[in-house]
Design a protein around this ligand. Structure first.
Ligand code: SF4
Length: 264
């Protein structure tokens, strides 16, 4: 009788590298970024459109922060990714591991296997960046997450509408991990939608930090949408923050700082 073998889980990746987090609650901290391929949304402002489909190969930084990338074919076996993360994990350097994309939750079955191993091997907290629209997948990996940065997509800005899923998602992750909400704002932001977003968050907890992130306009060569998002007017940003603070304790306006620092 032959022994039953179980295939090793694999994931399709875009890149693995060490960098400074430029957004949200973890801004300024050093993270090992694992950028997963695939996204099922098509936000007008997306600065990661190259992740929507899986590339034949991914790029892996050999030494943390040195940008000495090497190429590796996709998909990547779990043990190989663990080795790459351990190689990045120099003593005292990183604050956490960032799961980003694309939409990392499209890889939930892989993450269920990967996260407990990488957490126990590195001792680093796990941070998930997500579009915030897949509560079922979130539930399967929530026990392994330490913090979640959840996007709340305004239809007027992103072209995506996921109110009910966002609400379920936020209930779930707020109950079990440190959570903040990120909302991209642009010249097209609809105040009524922002207030709806504020109420949605306040309904879960008015203490959840919300980050209003003015869109970083895409370079002309990177634009893919017929309706590219432009930066909001300064006076509007003040009005929007004022309005949201009627419902929420923490509403901070923070642009993408990694782009100011010319980081990845
Ligand atoms: S969810 Fe993120 S990766 Fe996906 S299209 Fe929107 S901005 Fe891009």
């Amino acid at each position: 009788m032959t022994a039953k073998t179980t295939a090793e889980p694999t994931a399709r990746l875009v890149e693995v590298f060490s960098a400074i987090q430029g957004e949200g609650l973890n801004v300024g901290t050093r993270q090992i970024f694992i950028r997963f391929a695939f996204c099922d949304l098509r936000c007008h402002f997306c600065d990661s459109a190259h992740t929507w489909n899986a590339p034949a190969s991914c790029r892996i930084e050999r030494s943390p922060g040195l940008r000495d990338f090497e190429s590796h074919p996709n998909p990547v076996p779990l043990t190989t990714l663990i080795e790459w993360v351990e190689r990045q994990n120099l003593p005292c350097l990183h604050d956490s591991i960032s799961l980003t994309g694309g939409e990392p939750l499209l890889h939930a079955p892989f993450l269920q296997e990967f996260l407990p191993k990488v957490r126990s091997l590195t001792g680093l907290p796990i941070y998930l960046e997500t579009g915030g629209h897949r509560p079922e997948q979130l539930a399967t990996i929530l026990p392994y997450l330490d913090s979640v940065g959840m996007d709340l997509k305004l239809p007027s800005v992103s072209g995506e509408s996921h109110w009910q899923a966002h609400s379920q998602f936020l209930q779930l992750c707020h109950s079990q991990s440190e959570t903040f909400v990120k909302i991209i704002i642009s010249h097209r932001t609809d105040l009524a939608e922002l207030e709806r977003a504020a109420l949605l968050v306040a309904d879960v907890s008015p203490e959840i930090p919300v980050f209003l992130q003015p869109v970083t306009p895409l370079a002309e060569s990177d634009q893919f949408s017929q309706t590219p998002a432009l930066a909001p007017a300064p006076a509007d940003v003040l009005t929007w923050q004022t309005s949201m603070k009627r419902f929420l304790k923490y509403v901070r306006v923070v642009p993408q700082t990694h782009k100011m620092l010319n980081q990845l």
